[in-house]
Design a protein around this ligand. Structure first.
Ligand code: HEC
Length: 148
């Protein structure tokens, strides 16, 4: 008898256990998940997982005014890198950033949409088409690379 009672109790709790589980799964469906994974693999070693960069050497992406004001350049920077002095949030940085040529236009779109919405940033959503157009333009511009 005692055992049967115990089993009934357990069954009763199954729906109660499912609710938090389903909530967890639902909340975890982050729309920028691929971008976040790519960011962590290709960018976080310099810009840090929290987007704050490295004092004096690597500019921040979190709350970065430069990023906010130069949205149309992001795709080409990610693919081809950048060098020369830039000012981000009132500080000057001057270290070369290497490009990440192995990322496709689609992956670059996902990275931009992740960094545009991470860490409290609210820099808008970019479409694959505009990223692709930007990449086509900089492929033969002076980005210093002959890669396509
Ligand atoms: C090896 C280190 C390194 C890696 C890896 C790297 N960056 Fe950078 N990034 C830099 C440096 C250094 C600068 C400043 C370049 C300069 O001084 O001209 C920079 C500049 C930037 C800027 C413009 C400045 C700003 O803070 O808004 C953006 C945007 C950016 N990086 C995004 C990315 C993204 C996205 C990735 C991953 C796809 C990435 N970076 C990977 C080092 C890196």
């Amino acid at each position: 008898m005692a055992m049967n009672y115990g089993n009934t109790m357990k069954l009763k709790y199954i729906p109660l256990l499912l609710i938090p589980l389903l909530t967890l799964v639902y909340c975890d469906s982050n729309p920028y998940q691929q971008g976040e994974i790519l960011y962590n693999n290709f960018c976080a070693n310099c810009h840090m997982e929290n987007g704050e960069g490295l004092q004096g050497l690597i500019p921040p992406l979190a709350g970065a005014d430069w990023m906010k004001n130069n949205q149309e350049d992001l795709a080409c920077i990610i693919r081809y890198g950048m060098k020369g002095p830039i000012e981000v949030n009132g500080r000057t940085y001057n270290q070369a950033m290497p490009g990440v040529p192995e990322l496709s236009g689609f992956e670059i779109t996902n990275v931009i949409n992740f960094i545009n919405h991470a860490w409290g940033n609210d820099y808008g959503y970019v479409k694959y088409e505009s990223v692709n157009n930007a990449l086509e333009e900089c492929a033969d511009a002076e980005y210093g690379s002959s890669e396509k």
